[in-house]
Design a protein around this ligand. Sequence first.
Ligand code: HEM
Length: 415
Amino acid sequence: NRNIPHDKNLDNSLTLLQEGYLFIKNRTEKYQSDLFEARLLGEKVLCISGEEAAKVFYDDSLFQRKGAAPKRIQKSLFGENAIQSMDGEAHIHRKLLFMSLMTPPHQKRLTKLAIQEWEALIPKWEGAKHVVLFDEAKKLLTRIACKWAGVPLKESELEERAEDFYAMVDAFGAAGPRHWKGRRARSRTEEWVKSIMEGVRNGTYSAEKGSALYEMAFHKELNGRQLDVQMASVELINVLRPIVATATFIVFAAVAVHEYPEVKQQLQSGPPEYLEMFAQEVRRYYPFGPFLGARARKNFTWKEAEITEGMLVLLDMYGTNHDERLWSSPNEFRPERFKDWDGSLFDFIPQGGGDPAKGHRCPGEGITVEIIKTSINFLVNFLNYNVPVQNLNFSLSRMPSLPESGFVMDNIRKK
Ligand code: HEM
């Protein structure tokens, strides 16, 4: 590949952890190119960014996920051999199960539970000296995720389960202790969910038809066989954990409300559509998913790059969401920009691109947007609170990122 820029470093694994969300963008800007080659973890990797990059990345005749996610990510974030690393018909079949659990009625059920739980917190918050929104959100989301999924959860275990769900997410950009914490969290969570799943399968615990617990427990693969208890549990965790992870966006959203008074005012007295545009801008502007990986199925050429079978390709999610060709003044927080957004499947990719029913794009975007909307509407229109002096900075090199303080509020009163 002589025609395309090469990063000169012998191995970029460390630089990647240091530069985090900007690793790819720093180089596409430097080389003025949508693509460049680098060496990561001892192999040659092609990094690509932008709308056309997303289009080619989601062409499943060209790319597959098998062998793309490192084992360390599977052992912390995803779960081993789960939906994220499947391909072809088996993937589509499994994906339909997930899609059937994320329909608008499911979204409604979840947001209804969220409102109830937020409201139930008011008396406690009014009596508290201060409250850390991130901690409250993780617990609330764990509670509603389990309730919605039909997973029994004791109040006494709530905090530990919530921490474990988030620790799996928090491990993805880590080496060392944070990675191991995520792996321990996964083992504990899998043991717990497996014991419930076993009960459902042998009839000692009855799950409600239509619930995520039931549907995962009795899902049949294309060969007509049920998932084994381990796999069914891993996939159930694949819907519980990301619901808890939306706490990150809730906190970023609260920061936006705090830092942009005109945004807050629009949320209070602007048109109802503003809330949705706000939630979209939160997902575009703030860092969460950095990039995605897939392997080439065959040899082919894209924009002068010769891509060889098996080559690892990374798609820049963060950079595409901040690409100047797609977003004017990408580093400004401006919900109104979504008024004229054309709904492309490939330019706005905070949770992946393409059609979720046909590829790997996140099936949980509807749930994510509705949870952000409900939670921010609650904060802005149901409560008065102060935001005391604190460190709200977030790092673009720490993956995943989060405002330092987790968003502390005090003097909370019901409106
Ligand atoms: C996949 C991000 C919330 C369930 C993904 C992918 C990303 C992502 C980047 C990978 C896309 C790809 O591989 O092409 C996020 C973010 C969320 C979020 C940032 C907000 C916190 C959710 C929610 C659910 C969910 C709420 C379910 C309730 C899934 C599943 C997959 C997935 C099952 C695997 C899909 C597949 O491999 O086919 N998500 N997600 N996510 N997400 Fe989400």
